[in-house]
Design a protein around this ligand. Sequence first.
Ligand code: NAD
Length: 352
Amino acid sequence: SALERTIIVTGGAGFIGSHVVRRLVNNYPHYHIVNVDALTYAGNLANVADVADAPNYSFVRADITDLEGIRAVFAVHQVDAVIHLAAESHVDRSIDDPLIFVKTNLLGTATMLQVAKESWGPHPQGKLFYHVSTDEVFGSLGELGFFTESTAYDPRSPYSASKAGSDHLVRAWGHTFGLPVVISNCSNNYGPNQFPEKLLPLFINNIKHLKPLPVYGKGVNVRDWLYVEDHARAIDDVLHKGKPGETYNIGGHNEYRNIDLIRLLCKLMDAKLGRPEGTSENLITYVTDRAGHDLRYAIDASKIRNELGWEPSLHFEEGLARTIDWYLENEAWLEGVTSGDYQAYYDKMYGK
Ligand code: NAD
């Protein structure tokens, strides 16, 4: 094609991937963005409907664990870079059904690496394999301290172990085969288009329907929250300015205990829905803690700030307000993903 650079985004129909696809399609009309996604329960083409007709966008339905399928994608497109986001992503599901996490996150990542290597040849110039990962690979912090790029890996859930293993595979293809690789490890994302099994959309939807809010344990676990568009901008920066062989931590410097976050959400939603204060908080029900629940994650993002000039842009209360508005305004999207299979999953995890 006449476009100057072809970039595969795996998992582009998912939560973060869809924001990455939208950003790249809109900001780089001279790039061809190829969204490669298997459309699992978490993949939804409605997430990228607004760019579906753009001349520099294509969608290919393919499974990253299918060697021949991925080879076929590389045979059709002259791929310059891969941004690899496709994964099984939900910790609770990884406790319930770990093997699919091993398959998708390990075999799937190895398959993408191997096909990139085959297609690009030894020590390719101007190519990049960019792997998007999580801060959960570093394990759990006490009350103090932060994860840096040199923190030792210590994953504790099947999800984080499979992501840690995928990071190791990426570095192995870099060291052994000279594949130009870069990795970023990001904290918890929130925002529009997140599948409502994850805390914020789950609770927004439950508050809307006056359903119980299942809080794990005492709600004291701490997460560092980052607005998804800020993560997509960080991914754009790493793609363009990141150094091959390097790792970048991405975080919001925005730590909340779950219970404090939930109380803030309840307050904002009571106000938005015109309900008496306290209506939503009364829905809080404490449930048995997640097995092996990590206490605290927190990212030191000074490397990406100092070297690539990236910083989070949105104040958390502003991001949260935007997120709530999006879910309330996009009722059809929410209905679409919470009908069918989701209901059976919900009943299994939380009871009716
Ligand atoms: P998501 O579950 O919303 O989306 C995952 C996407 O991958 C879906 O579109 C799904 O269809 C696709 N997919 C799954 N298995 C596939 C397969 N075998 N072949 C092809 N496509 C497949 O996930 P997300 O929250 O957007 O996370 C995206 C990436 O970012 C993941 O690698 C995750 O580990 C990482 N990450 C997520 C967060 C977060 O807070 N959500 C934070 C840091 C890193």
